[in-house]
Design a protein around this ligand. Sequence first.
Ligand SMILES: Nc1ncnc2c1ncn2[C@@H]1O[C@H](COP(=O)(O)OP(=O)(O)OP(=O)(O)O)[C@@H](O)[C@H]1O
Length: 290
Amino acid sequence: MPLIVISGYPSSGKTYRASQLNTFFNEKIRNSSDPRIQRLKVHHINNQTLGLSRDVYHTARAEKDARAAESSAVKRFLTRDDIIIADGLNYIKGFRGRNGTTLTGPEVHVGTPADKCRAINNELLADSQKDGGYTEEDFENLVFRFEEPNGMTRWDSPLFTVLYDDETPPFEQIWDAMVGSDGKAKVVRPNQATVLKPATEQNYLYELDKTTSDILTQIMSWQKDHPGEGGGEVAIPDVDKVIELPASPTTLPQLQRLRRAFISLNRQHSLSKSRIKDLFVDYLNDSFQQ
Ligand SMILES: Nc1ncnc2c1ncn2[C@@H]1O[C@H](COP(=O)(O)OP(=O)(O)OP(=O)(O)O)[C@@H](O)[C@H]1O
């Protein structure tokens, strides 16, 4: 059965998404009347379930041992009735190649931008009650080494991207990519059109997320420099129109709501980066005037 690889920056929410998938798969299995589906077992494997500390990334030797531990854990579940969710140590393409096995399966890329991951990581480090967070050096090193997945390649396909603000990963699509109606693992060949789509989709969603997020940062920083002032115009580099702020200062939650609505409206399209900027500025101006 398939191996689902969860990829993403450190502290990006890989375990959070893997747990959601774990719950969803178990529900799907419990509710199925097909004995071939009912037989399936889900295994969630990561550093924590293997009892490995995040410090393993500090030295090459410890990291190599950790990788071997994960690889052998995966290989323990190579029967056709096992679904494996691997959510650790996916920083290197070679390793994402299904952990040296012949298994196929979808890759779920947690597309949280590096700045957001850094903020989450710092919060985790500051909160001794919570498990998580890498030292600053390890965090930056892992971000630097991370290789963006590319759905055109065999080892990263089929690829599904989940953004921080998405409530859940695309459950049904992932299930469908993984388990056919006959309960057997589906093999999706990388040259199929279905695979080409997620590749552009993942880059596009990333651009949509990042570009709109950057514009919010520019608005918030403008408001910080002009405290107590309502209105005002914010110029965004490479965009002809300016953002005309409303009479009373906007808050980050208000802006985030608008950004999420804009992303939902445009996630099915494929706009160029400059077009995203232009359209988002228009969208904000329209919303502020209402
Ligand atoms: N989309 C999200 N919505 C709300 N909280 C989130 C989201 N993604 C992550 N978090 C929170 O951020 C923190 C870090 O997430 P998580 O542990 O899943 O990251 P990770 O990528 O698995 O980290 P690591 O690199 O250490 O394995 C957790 O407290 C988690 O609950």
